[in-house]
Design a binder for this molecule. Structure first.
Ligand SMILES: Cc1cc2nc3c(=O)[nH]c(=O)nc-3n(C[C@H](O)[C@H](O)[C@H](O)COP(=O)(O)OP(=O)(O)OC[C@H]3O[C@@H](n4cnc5c(N)ncnc54)[C@H](O)[C@@H]3O)c2cc1C
Length: 499
C-alpha cells in the first residue's frame, strides 16, 4: 500500500490515558507542521480509571513532552516508585524485589550476577537485590534524585511514578488544549469505511460527520475502529495468563509512604497496592473460574481495610490485536491489547507505540513497509512482556489452591521455555536487546521465583574470590548506610510541593 495523499488531519477516538498520551505526543511531534488533531470522547462511556503505576520510561516521556516533573507530581498526586515488592509468589511467606536500575556493577568485566552466584554457591548469605540502590532506598522509605556531578554508590537508582489516572488525563488535556488539539465530547455512532477498507469518516451522535486522514483508536476495550469497524482480530493469550478480572477500590493514604508498588499473591490471583500522596490504589486481579466477584471483593476488603470509594469490577481478556496499525488506523491502549498490570507495562506500551508511530511519519504519507515494521516491533514488545509476566507465575511452588496448582500443568510459550533452559544451564540470558526488561530485571525475578542456574560462568574463576567476597559484604553495608541519608519519601514530596 502507498498513498501519496498527505496526512493532515488526525482524529483520536477516546479520552482515557491512551487518548491523551496519543494527543500529547502527536501534538509535540507535529508542532511545526500544519496538522489538525481532534480528540473525541464519549460523554456516556467512562474511562477505565485504573492504570496508576508506571516504569521509568514515564519520566522520559515527560521530558519528551517538556513537562516539568515537579509540576506533574504536584498536580497528579504522584509519588515515586523504585520497583515492586512481591510477596507470597514463590511460596507463602517469601518476599522478593524487582528493582529499577542496576544491581551491583560488573567485576573484572563480567556480570555482577555471576560473581554473586559464585558467592551464593559457596554459602553466601546475601540476596541479589541487596546490591540494588533502589531497594536499599525503598527499604528505608527514602528518596532522592541522583546528581550526576556528585556520584555515589546510590547513583544508579532510577525511578518511575505512581499517579492518579484521572488527574493525569486532566493534566494532559490542558497540555493538549494549549497546543491547539481540538476536544469534543460526543459519542461516535458509526465508523464508515471507503471501498479500499480505510476509515473515511465517523458519524457522531449529534449528526456531525467527522472526516480525517488518519484515525487513532483509543476507545478502550470497545475498540470501535480497529476491532469493530476494521475487523482486525484479537489474539487471545488467556491460555498463558488465565486471570481475567480485577476488583479495584481506593483506601486512605499510607504513612509512611512507600516508594514502591506492592504485589501480593493470594488464593486465586494477586493484589496490588499503589501509594499516592492523598490515597492508596488497591486491586485484586483474579481468575473467575476459581473466584466469584463477591469473594474477590471480600478478600480485597479484608486486606485493605476501609474503602474510600465503591469497589469496581473490571473484566479483561489478555492478548493483543493481530495488527496495531492497519491502513489509516492505529490502535493504542486497551483497544490494542492488554497484559495484566503485574509489571505496570500498559502505559509504557501506549507511549512506545506513539513514539514509534511518530518516527515513521516523516513524510506524513502512508507506505506499507513502515507499517509492517511498526507491527513487527510492537508484536515483539508484547511477546517479551508476556514472557516476563508468565515467569512470575510458572515457577511458583504454591499448591494451596486450584488456581496455583493449575500452573503446574499450564503450557508456556516456546520463547520463555528457551529462556528458562538457557538460564538454568549456565546463567545465560537470552540476548535480546529490544526486550523492555534488561538483565537485572530478569535476574531479580528468576531469583525471586527460585530459578537459579546449575553452574556459574567458570570464566569468573580468574578473579580473586576472597577479595570479591569482602567487597560484596562491604558494599552491602555501604549501600545500606548511604541509603539512610536522603530525605524520607513523604518529606521529599512535601519539599517539591512547597518549592
Ligand atoms: C485492572 C487494571 C489495572 C491496570 N493497572 C495498570 C497499571 O498499574 N499501570 C499501567 O501502565 N496500566 C495499567 N492498566 C492499563 C491502563 O489502565 C490502560 O492501559 C490505560 O488506562 C489506557 O486505557 P485506554 O485509554 O485505552 O481506555 P479507557 O480508559 O477505557 O478509555 C476509552 C475511551 O474511549 C471512549 N469511547 C469508547 N467508545 C466510544 C465511542 N463510541 N465514541 C466516543 N468515545 C468512545 C471512552 O469515552 C473513553 O474516553 C490497568 C488496566 C486494568 C484493567
Amino acid at each position: 500500500m502507498s498513498t501519496e495523499q498527505q496526512i493532515n488531519t488526525f482524529v483520536i477516538v477516546g479520552g482515557g490515558t491512551a487518548g491523551w498520551i496519543a494527543a500529547s505526543i502527536l501534538s509535540r511531534a507535529l508542532a511545526h507542521m500544519p496538522c489538525k488533531i481532534r480528540l473525541i470522547e464519549s460523554p456516556h462511556i467512562p474511562t477505565v480509571g485504573v492504570g496508576e503505576a508506571t516504569i521509568p520510561s514515564i519520566v522520559d516521556m515527560l521530558e519528551y513532552l517538556k513537562i516539568p516533573l515537579a509540576d506533574f507530581i504536584v498536580k497528579t498526586n504522584a509519588t515515586f516508585k523504585y520497583g515492586i515488592k512481591f510477596s507470597d509468589w514463590h511460596t507463602i511467606g517469601q518476599d522478593y524485589w524487582h528493582p529499577f536500575g542496576y544491581v551491583g556493577s560488573k567485576i573484572d568485566g563480567r556480570p555482577f550476577y555471576q560473581h554473586w552466584l559464585k558467592h551464593k554457591k559457596h554459602g553466601g548469605q546475601t540476596e541479589f537485590t541487596d546490591f540494588s540502590p533502589a531497594i536499599a532506598l525503598s527499604k528505608q522509605n527514602r528518596f532522592f534524585i541522583p546528581d550526576p556531578k556528585h556520584p555515589t554508590n546510590l547513583s544508579s537508582s532510577t525511578y518511575a511514578l505512581h499517579f492518579d489516572a484521572t488527574l493525569v488525563a486532566q493534566y494532559l488535556t490542558h497540555y493538549c488544549l494549549d497546543k491547539n488539539v481540538q476536544h469534543s465530547l460526543n459519542h461516535i455512532q458509526h465508523v464508515a469505511l471507503n471501498p479500499e477498507g480505510q476509515i473515511s469518516h465517523l458519524l457522531l451522535e449529534d449528526g456531525e460527520q467527522v472526516n480525517g486522514d488518519f484515525f487513532i483508536d483509543c476507545s478502550g476495550q470497545q475498540s470501535i475502529l480497529m476491532g469493530k469497524a476494521m475487523r482486525i482480530g484479537y489474539e487471545n493469550w488467556q491460555h498463558y495468563l488465565p486471570v481475567n478480572k480485577a476488583v479495584a477500590a481506593q483506601s486512605a493514604a499510607l504513612d509512611p509512604l512507600p516508594p514502591y508498588t506492592r504485589s501480593v499473591a493470594h488464593e486465586h490471583g494477586w493484589r496490588w497496592q499503589i501509594p499516592l500522596q492523598n490515597r492508596t490504589g488497591n486491586g485484586y486481579v483474579y481468575c473467575d473460574q476459581y473466584c466469584t466477584d463477591s469473594a474477590a471483593q471480600d478478600l480485597l476488603s479484608k486486606h485493605v481495610g476501609e474503602f474510600i470509594t465503591e469497589p469496581r469490577t473490571i473484566s479483561f481478556t489478555t492478548g493483543k490485536r493481530q495488527k496495531m496499525w492497519h491502513k489509516n488506523c492505529l490502535a493504542i491502549g486497551l483497544s490494542s491489547g492488554f497484559l495484566e498490570p503485574l509489571e505496570s507495562t500498559s502505559i509504557y506500551l501506549i507511549m512506545k507505540a506513539m513514539l514509534n508511530f511518530v518516527q515513521t511519519l516523516p513524510s506524513k504519507k502512508l507506505h506499507q513497509a513502515p507499517i509492517n515494521e511498526f507491527n513487527r516491533r510492537m508484536d515483539h514488545e508484547y511477546n517479551c512482556i508476556r514472557d516476563f509476566i508468565i515467569l512470575h507465575y510458572c515457577e511458583t511452588k504454591r499448591t494451596d489452591s486450584d488456581f496455583w496448582r493449575m500452573w503446574q500443568n499450564l503450557a508456556i510459550p516456546d520463547s520463555l521455555q528457551t529462556k528458562l533452559e538457557l538460564f538454568r544451564a549456565q546463567g545465560q540470558l537470552y540476548h535480546d536487546t529490544d526486550d523492555l526488561f534488561a538483565s537485572d530485571s530478569w535476574y531479580s525475578v528468576y531469583e525471586g521465583m527460585g530459578v537459579r542456574p546449575d553452574e556459574y560462568d567458570p570464566v569468573i574463576d580468574s578473579s580473586d574470590f576472597t577479595k570479591i567476597e569482602q567487597a560484596l559484604l562491604s558494599s552491602k553495608v555501604a549501600l545500606e548506610h548511604n541509603a539512610s541519608k536522603p530525605l524520607d519519601h513523604m518529606a521529599y514530596l512535601s519539599r517539591i510541593k512547597t518549592k
